[in-house]
Design a protein around this ligand. Structure first.
Ligand SMILES: NC(=O)c1ccc[n+]([C@@H]2O[C@H](COP(=O)([O-])OP(=O)(O)OC[C@H]3O[C@@H](n4cnc5c(N)ncnc54)[C@H](O)[C@@H]3O)[C@@H](O)[C@H]2O)c1
Length: 429
């Protein structure tokens, strides 16, 4: 039986509910939630209300962001869970490690190489543990691919062709929120692709060596809309006449959770969750292509487009003894706009194996319920429950967190300079 552990959560927006809900209800035998911390007291009050009404848990102490150290001192949590905006992950990870806590952080571990380096240095200096929550590793079809590759089904994997499609609902959502400012999220090649680049590292058991990328804003943003002949612009959907006819507008006042979490909380920090995807000030790309050479000489060709008619991905693995093709269609969603268990849930998945000389066949996969291809509940059990030893080694360390973002960080540098980037040069200190 796992020893009972205590937790505090910093960053109490949409994603934090998965963690506090699990601690409060499903893992209450092994876990105790002690406190919340956020810059926004209204969002913490909402989390405390949800703790009581949805999860049958008492409310917990709420600390402002400037009282983070005080929270650690008073509550002495064993582990701090970091679910703030990406730009601030490093800040809370390092402070928690220095205060003697272990840390579980949401992806991406951070957004640039300086911050990544500071985190790695803090882990080494403090000797504490840092885990990154790569829930996609735990989706049944991703685990199955890892198993097939580990079993040598197609021999050595020499190349991977991976395209991820974000659609006009979920994909558009990154252009309405804090993510649209590259300083906050590192752009989609860090914020979103950290999942995909981590999967490639995990599947192939290797790390990236050299990265080359192109990326542009071709669809969202005011200039692109103007070029397509759009004449009616607005800054944010709430209270806007023009937004009423925009299929890309998000109406916060029409969704109970989004209203309570963002609209009713914005008087505190001014954060607008419903900005126009065709507004000014978007500094992230929506159209990206990346080539990666790995330490084991495998090659990845990768693309990410954020305005597609469907949501999901295709991956093909070419090996010395055959080829595997994985196709998954995901349920589309708006973050925090509905049932959490359906966020990124799989609608359909297939794995086809093509032996070099044999008959092609479909590999069996069990589609599991739950967010992110059924990965969320399995990962939560791995974090807070009493899991069996895992032959697939899905637990992601700080090193895995670093090597997944380094592909995107190197890709960002390549986009800026037009040159290939060696990951080792970025991490050299
Ligand atoms: N693994 C996944 O599949 C997955 C899914 C969604 C989100 N996420 C990650 O979860 C994190 C949170 O995303 P979200 O969708 O909940 O965003 P969100 O905007 O709903 O929540 C972010 C929270 O951070 C808080 N915050 C802002 N500045 C702060 C500060 N200085 N100190 C403390 N808190 C501060 C905000 O007030 C807000 O409550 C992100 O890192 C995101 O990448 C991961």
């Amino acid at each position: 039986m796992k020893a009972r552990k205590t937790y505090a959560i910093v960053g109490c927006g949409s994603r934090s509910e998965m963690f506090y809900g699990a601690l409060a209800r499903d893992f209450k035998e092994t876990s105790e939630l002690k406190a919340l911390c956020d810059i926004n007291y209204s969002r913490m009050a909402l989390a405390n209300r949800y703790l009581q009404v949805k999860y049958g848990h008492a409310s917990v102490s709420a600390y402002g962001a400037d009282a983070f150290d005080q929270m650690i001192e008073e509550q002495r949590p064993d582990t701090v869970i970091v679910t703030t905006i990406d730009r601030l992950h490093h800040h809370y990870i390092i402070r928690a490690l220095e205060a003697g806590c272990d840390v579980i952080t949401e992806k991406p571990m951070t957004v640039d190489d300086e911050k990544c380096w500071a985190i790695l240095e803090a882990v080494e200096r403090t000797g504490r543990s840092l885990r990154v929550t790569f829930n996609y590793r735990y989706a049944s079809y991703h685990s199955r691919i890892r198993e097939l590759i580990m079993q040598g089904t197609i021999g050595d994997v020499h190349s991977v062709h991976f395209e991820w499609l974000l659609n006009t609902q979920h994909g558009a959502d990154y252009f309405r929120r804090w993510h649209r400012d590259k300083r906050n999220s590192g752009g989609l090649l860090v914020h979103k692709s950290t999942h995909h680049f981590d999967l490639v590292n995990f599947w192939l058991g290797t790390y990236p060596e050299t990265v080359f990328a192109f990326g542009d804003l071709r669809f969202y943003g005011r200039e692109n809309a103007e070029m397509r002949g759009e004449k009616h612009f607005y800054q944010r959907a709430f209270g806007s006449e023009a937004a009423k006819d925009d299929p890309f507008a998000l109406h916060l006042d029409q969704n109970e959770n989004l209203k309570a979490m963002y609209l009713d909380a914005e008087h505190e920090d001014g954060y607008q969750r419903d900005q126009s995807v065709f507004g000014d000030g978007i500094s992230i790309e929506d159209t990206m292509g990346v080539t990666v050479r790995y330490e084991n000489k495998a090659i990845l060709t990768y693309s990410l487009n954020a305005y597609m008619p469907w949501e999901g991905f295709n991956v093909a693995f070419n090996g010395s003894r055959g080829r595997i093709e994985l196709k998954v269609v995901e349920q589309s969603y708006v973050n925090g706009g509905g049932d959490k268990a359906l966020e990124g849930a799989a609608e359909g998945a297939s794995i086809l194996v093509f032996p070099m000389f044999g008959t092609p066949y479909a590999a069996d996969i069990e589609l599991a319920e739950g967010g992110h291809g059924g990965g969320d509940p399995v990962m939560l059990n791995d974090l807070f429950g009493d899991p069996e030893p895992d032959p697939l080694k899905r637990v992601a360390s700080h090193r895995d967190g670093a090597m997944s973002i380094m592909t995107g960080i190197a890709a960002n540098q390549s986009i800026r300079t037009g040159l290939p980037v060696r990951v080792r040069d970025l991490l050299r200190r």
